[in-house]
Design a protein around this ligand. Structure first.
Ligand code: ZN
Length: 377
């Protein structure tokens, strides 16, 4: 995450080399005067992507001059990038344990990154925790700790570290803290602790007042408390605010409607989605075709006609629905807006790019593409 791009790495070597050359001239020491030649050869290898040769030369330079900490840091980072984490760990451990006071924290941070890329999370966590106590690397260490706890799904710890971040960063990332609290609320809900779940959702809204996920969880709590009409209203409101959650919400809405004998729920769903103004007609029609259960498919043409987004007949609705499920089964029902990952299941945070609230029904994109194609023809 904190890797240097090759060009920057090369620049670092240029600076180190020039500094060494000046030092060598001032001290008149033959040993340091030799450094620039080695360094130019190493740099040539580096620029021409002969990383093995470059690493060898820089290792020799670092060995010849025990004080050349910067060269060793660059070397350690080079080894980590090549996946030779053992060698990176040994360089950074040595710098942390024997380096001067100015290099110890920097070496510890680099060491934690080595552990992280080697998958030694408990060790990375320990070093980051030490660095997070104080000093120059505090903020960066907290960021890495949050990322580790997110990956492990340890939301309580992620939230604890979040609360140690600077106030401005907390404000900027309020939505993320709200998601941690929603995760904890979901766990409470699973354990039957409704009161605790309510408290956590209240805390979540302090970080982010408009929070569709909290709306859905509140609807589930309301449903569990036996207030079907209240739950239905909450689900419909969540749908209106966040049509992207339709595939998650529609089954719950239809199940309440079936249980309570509520009529025309599908029509109501469609109107809410249309009036949200966030979907094209085709997106709306295709979304309904994806979400409506086969037993109710016969009603779909009538509903879409009322909405003005027509599917001509029940046969057309059926074949569209079959087509969409086939595409969905092959590629996934959801797609990440940020990195394009397709997934069969729903995630609040994309497992690939780790962005929150970036998954959307894949049918939105397919419909958009068709809309473009229709417009272009
Ligand atoms: Zn993504």
């Amino acid at each position: 995450m904190f890797e240097l791009p090759p060009l920057l790495l090369a620049l670092a070597f240029i600076l180190v080399g020039v500094a060494a050359w000046f030092l060598g001239r001032r001290n008149g020491a033959a040993r340091t005067v030799r450094l620039p030649r080695d360094y130019y050869v190493g740099l040539d290898h580096l620029i021409n992507d002969r990383i093995d040769h470059a690493a060898e030369i820089f290792a020799r330079m670092a060995e010849a001059d025990g004080d050349a900490a910067e060269i060793q840091f660059a070397l350690g980072s080079l080894f980590r990038r090549r996946g030779e984490v053992d060698r990176a760990i040994s360089i950074h451990s040595r710098l942390r344990d024997h380096g001067g006071p100015g290099t110890r924290d920097k070496a510890a941070f680099a060491l934690a990154l080595d552990y992280q890329s080697a998958g030694l999370m408990d060790r990375a966590e320990r070093v980051f925790e030490e660095l997070a106590a104080s000093g120059e690397y505090r903020h960066a260490a907290l960021d890495h700790l949050v990322a580790i706890y997110e990956t492990q799904g340890d939301w309580a710890k992620a939230l604890k570290v979040f609360n140690e971040l600077p106030g401005a960063v907390q404000l900027e990332r309020g939505r993320v803290a709200a998601h941690y609290l929603c995760e904890l609320a979901e766990q409470a809900l699973l354990q039957g602790e409704s009161e605790r779940a309510r408290t956590l959702l209240k805390q979540a809204r302090v970080h982010q007042p408009a929070l569709p996920r909290a709306d859905i969880l509140t609807a589930r709590l309301t449903e569990r408390a036996g207030d079907a009409a209240g739950a239905l209203a909450l689900y419909l409101h969540a749908l209106e605010v966040s049509p992207g959650l339709a595939l998650e919400i529609i089954p719950s809405v239809l199940s309440i409607a079936r249980a309570t004998g509520h009529a025309d729920t599908l029509g109501e769903l469609g109107r809410r989605l249309r009036d949200s103004g966030r979907l094209t007609p085709r997106q709306l029609a295709w979304l309904l075709a994806t979400a409506v259960p086969p037993a109710e498919m016969a009603h779909l043409p009538g509903i879409t006609a009322d909405l003005g987004v027509g599917l001509a007949s029940a046969a057309e609705a059926n074949s569209l629905s079959a087509l969409l499920s086939r595409i969905g089964d092959a590629g996934g029902r959801y797609q990440c807006d940020d990195c394009g990952l397709n997934s069969v299941g729903w995630y609040w945070r994309c497992p690939k790019c780790r962005t929150w609230d970036s998954m959307r029904p894949a049918v939105f994109k397919w419909a958009e593409r068709t809309d473009h194609a229709v417009r272009a023809s």
